[in-house]
Design a protein around this ligand. Structure first.
Ligand SMILES: [Zn+2]
Length: 361
């Protein structure tokens, strides 16, 4: 997680339009739904109407639009015409996806586009489209949040724009939710970024990093297959998830006791069960996993089932590696896979060191 300077310091910085904070944070104004650079010439909004985020992506995801005055989406110099045209197009109809094939039809090289967005905004063009799309969805549902019963609003703080936007997105349904099966959704901050957790009363159905490509689709599938609504809030399963995940990142937990209730075919469930038996800090290849479930040679199918896992960390698909021990694909990003394994190794090494000290003493 990117750590921001103290809020008071950031607010002081926007009041003096301090260029030293360019790129460090963005200011989101709740009353106008606009986000700005720290140096924006516009009169700063009141302290209580302002929230700060580390990236333009976070601002977009929270449903804010870029300020026309300070243009927070175009950092270094003017964007080339083709890029401005793309940005305009996405902004005008966020629901329309522009895949690589359509880029090529426009005579654009997808790799060039990717590099440009990566350099300028720190995300790929596809991530940019997703961010805008989600942001629009959040903004659209903003009004829905006001319909939330007060009791349902209580219990989650509003200091994070992300969290609020998330509550708004899932909070659109509760007026229709009475008497309908519900899934509760919660928002978790972890050292590797924010995660969404969704559970019914029996178990956890989903735990994913919010920037995972397939997240929207996974939530939609869950909603449809379970024929239920997803509402923000907490139940016992989610409270336990929050505790155990925080203990895991804190180094004091290796095994999870949270009941799970994932969607999946019998084969996928079998693979996921086997994944849960890979010990903390150890890795296993797809082929070995296939052997373990009595399906030697099915390493491809095992790999696919691994990729369909929607309960990150707890069903430890990050412990599956390629045949030669190399790290291969991870839905949450390879860097996260590496960090999760590093974290587990470090915890183990600490224990060995402590043990050695005891023996030596
Ligand atoms: Zn501005």
């Amino acid at each position: 997680m990117i750590t921001l300077p103290p809020a008071d310091e950031m607010y002081a910085a926007i009041r003096r339009r301090d260029p030293a904070f360019e790129g460090v944070f963005f200011t989101c104004v709740k009353t106008t739904g606009i986000f700005c650079r720290p140096t924006c010439k516009a009169k700063p909004a009141k302290r209580e109407n302002v929230e700060f985020v580390a990236t333009a992506q976070a601002a977009l995801l929270a449903g804010y639009r870029p300020c026309k005055l300070c243009k927070p989406m175009s950092p270094a110099g003017a964007a080339p015409d083709w890029a401005s045209a793309l940005i305009d197009e996405v902004r005008r109809s966020p629901a329309t996806r522009i895949p690589d094939a359509s880029l090529r039809e426009r005579g654009l090289n997808p790799a060039t586009v990717r590099r440009f967005f990566q350099d300028r905004f720190g995300m790929t063009f596809h991530a940019y489209q997703r961010a805008v799309r989600l942001g629009e969805a959040f903004a659209e549902l903003r009004a829905g949040a006001d319909a939330l019963p007060a009791g349902m609003r209580a219990g989650y703080d509003s200091d994070s724009g992300f969290r609020e936007a998330f509550a708004r997105l899932f909070g659109a349904a509760p007026t229709k939710a009475n008497g309908v099966l519900r899934l509760c959704a919660d928002w978790l901050e972890t050292p590797l970024g924010a995660m969404v957790a969704i559970a019914d009363d029996d178990g956890l159905c989903l735990l994913e990093f919010v920037d995972r490509r397939a997240l929207e689709k996974e939530i939609e599938t869950l909603r449809r297959r379970r024929q239920c609504v997803v509402i923000p809030g907490a139940n016992d399963v989610l409270r336990q998830t929050r505790d155990e995940i925080s203990e895991y990142f804190g180094g004091s937990r290796r095994d999870f006791t949270i009941p799970l209730s994932p969607l999946g075919t019998p084969f996928q469930r079998q693979v996921w069960e086997a994944l849960r038996e890979i010990p903390f800090a150890e890795t296993m290849s797809y082929a070995a996993l296939a052997d373990r479930i009595g399906r030697p040679g099915a390493s491809r199918a095992v790999g696919r089932a691994n990729g369909m896992n929607t309960i990150a960390i707890i069903i430890p698909c990050h412990r599956v590696v390629g045949a030669s021990g190399d790290l291969v694909g991870y839905g949450g990003g390879l860097w996260r896979k590496r960090r999760l394994l590093d974290l587990e190794h470090a915890s183990l090494e600490r224990e060995i060191a402590e043990h050695t000290e005891i023996v030596a003493a």
